[in-house]
Write a protein that binds this ligand. Structure first.
Ligand code: GBH
Length: 539
């Protein structure tokens, strides 16, 4: 009998010591297993850290022609056959125009603090300008905002998430026309007037890079215009000025009474030098960061475009025989007007790529890609999401956050999007997405408490499956499942929503909650039970 007790104790000791050993834990043990870089950090975010989930108007609302809403460029683009996978469109989408109360319920169940959604410009100003005000549209957002506030959820409101009123394209070519700057300012003012008593966080533009580059160079997004390193720079110039205008209007006319914050959301990948011993690869990384993120962040946080962009585009333009650079210039006055117009650094981040110098490209025809002259490619074995472009590279977000801190003078950073896509199959057990969120959020935690990056918020994209732009409904980014074949568009929690809610509840990661240690604990309990029964049997 004494023998058995000794065995029980010995086994317990082995198991307990394994559970509490300092052995590092990895989310992707097969690929990312460098103890220095990839070891999971069991710790918490600072008190007051904001947990958020996001959507955007065109991707979820539907009601595309309901109650006086005007047509926008995504209505036009998606109704034109051949532009979107399966010719899908956002006519109904998640039907959030009717089902917003269900969306608020999903947020409440996860106990997140914030909801990031966007306003459909053409729903409240059908022709894009003051004077065309649509009361039903304003009511919709008032109802949503009131329900959020009543549920204790703070709204983060994006003014522009890509659904430009079609009327503004018809009258001056949308973002190509300088007139947009004043019209965007008027629209922003209208939103502050109507909603600013309850909305304390505003995001002017979502991802100007995507608006310009996919809308006016690659042509894969509305309005579907192709370019050669020309329109994309003009559109960006107008986007940056429009952003600054909306910030100044808030700052001058509303800040003192409404006391909110207003900033911009920029998207960037992390570009890892293929070989850190090669200066050319380090330069390629820096150049790529400047061409993607610096294009917008440099004028807004530091003043004017990055030098490397000004130089390269001017040189390549001269080489083409043009008298002036394809990159427009800001006047000294504009540089001042634009500088320091974001109260926080909104960051959307999904993926990373390796980079090296593209030495042998043919400069004609010109393009933004030739202007930067960088090769981008994924690493071997990097786990991929359903989206072709989306590789899970958790350590990339940490390096990006540190780069932002150093480049832009330690701004407060709100991660306004981060997420993972799965195929269009009905599966609530989304382990791939859970791994992505746990590992990425863990790297954000390291950036926050180890590297002292001033990260104040994290946002999961997306609250629910929705219209994924040119990919239609073929890629699902939701932590809630939406059945698009059912007229009721029912939403259900995926496992990732439960995991996200646990992270929110813990404000990070508690030791002992990793899957591996839970398994080990289970095993220990099981062995003890077996031995206990054996003991009684022997007696
Ligand atoms: C965000 O964009 C958006 O803000 C959000 O609306 C969107 O749903 C989410 O990400 C997921 O995509 O096919 O190679 O040309 C992130 C930018 C836009 C990056 C689409 C990938 C297609 C790349 N994404 N883009 S490609």
């Amino acid at each position: 009998m004494a023998k058995l007790s000794v065995i029980v104790l010995a086994l317990l000791f082995v198991v307990v010591s394994r559970v509490s050993s300092e052995e590092p834990y990895f989310v992707y043990p097969e690929i990312y297993n460098d103890p220095e870089r990839d070891a999971f950090l069991f710790d918490k975010f600072p008190d007051g850290f904001k947990w958020c989930a996001a959507t955007s108007s065109y991707q979820i609302e539907g009601g595309w022609n309901a109650d006086g809403k005007g047509v926008n460029i995504w209505d036009t683009f998606s109704h034109e056959p051949g532009n979107v996978q399966n010719d899908d469109n956002g006519d109904v989408a998640c039907d959030s125009y009717n089902k917003w109360k269900e969306d608020v319920k999903l947020l409440e169940d996860m106990k997140v603090m914030n909801y990031r959604f966007s306003i459909s410009w053409a729903r409240i100003l059908p022709d894009g300008t003051r004077g065309s005000e649509n009361e039903a549209g304003v009511d919709y957002y008032n109802n949503l905002i009131n329900d959020l506030v009543a549920a204790g959820i703070e709204p983060y409101v994006t003014l522009y998430h890509w659904d430009l009123p079609q009327a503004l394209v018809d009258s001056y070519d949308g973002w190509m026309g300088e007139e947009i700057v004043d019209d965007f300012g008027d629209y922003a003012r209208f939103c502050y007037e109507k909603f600013g008593d309850r909305v304390k966080y505003w995001i002017t533009l979502n991802e100007p890079y995507i608006i310009a580059q996919l809308g006016y160079e690659y042509g894969s997004h509305a309005p579907g215009v192709s370019g050669n390193g020309d329109k994309t720079y003009i559109v960006s110039h107008n986007l940056i000025k429009s952003h600054a205008k909306a910030w100044h209007i808030y700052n001058d006319e509303f800040r003192s009474t409404q006391n909110g914050l207003i900033g911009i959301t920029l998207n960037s990948d992390w570009f890892e030098p293929e070989n850190r011993d090669e200066q050319a690869d380090l330069d390629a990384s820096e150049r790529m960061m400047q061409f993607m993120l610096g294009w917008y962040a440099h004028p807004i946080f530091l003043g004017d475009y990055p030098e490397v962009m000004k130089n390269r585009i001017a040189n390549l333009s001269a080489h083409q025989g043009l008298n002036e650079s394809r990159l427009p210039e800001f006047t000294a006055e504009e540089i001042e007007y634009i500088k320091d117009t974001s109260d926080f650094f909104g960051l959307n981040h999904y993926t990373s790529l390796l980079v090296n110098d593209n030495v042998d490209h043919e400069p004609d025809p010109p393009s933004w890609d030739k202007d930067h002259g960088v090769n981008r490619f994924p690493g071997e074995n990097w786990p991929r999401a359903e989206s072709e472009w989306l590789y899970s590279v958790p350590w990339g977000i940490r390096r990006l956050l540190v780069w932002i801190k150093e480049e832009y003078g330690d701004p407060s950073v709100y991660v306004t999007e981060n997420g993972f896509s799965t195929a269009d199959i009905d599966d609530l057990n989304d382990q791939g997405r859970i791994d992505y969120y746990r590992s990425y959020i863990n790297e954000v935690l390291k950036a926050t408490i180890v590297d002292n990056v001033n990260v104040q918020a994290y946002t999961a994209w997306s609250l629910m499956d929705n219209f994924e732009w040119a990919e239609g409904y073929t890629e699902r980014f939701g932590i809630h499942y939406v059945d698009f074949n059912d007229d009721e568009r029912p939403r259900s929690q995926k496992e990732s929503a439960k995991e996200y809610a646990r992270i929110v509840a813990n404000n990070g990661f508690e030791k002992g909650v990793s899957a591996a240690s839970t398994q080990r604990f289970g095993l220990a309990v099981f062995i003890c039970c077996v031995l206990f029964h054996l003991r009684r049997f022997v007696n």
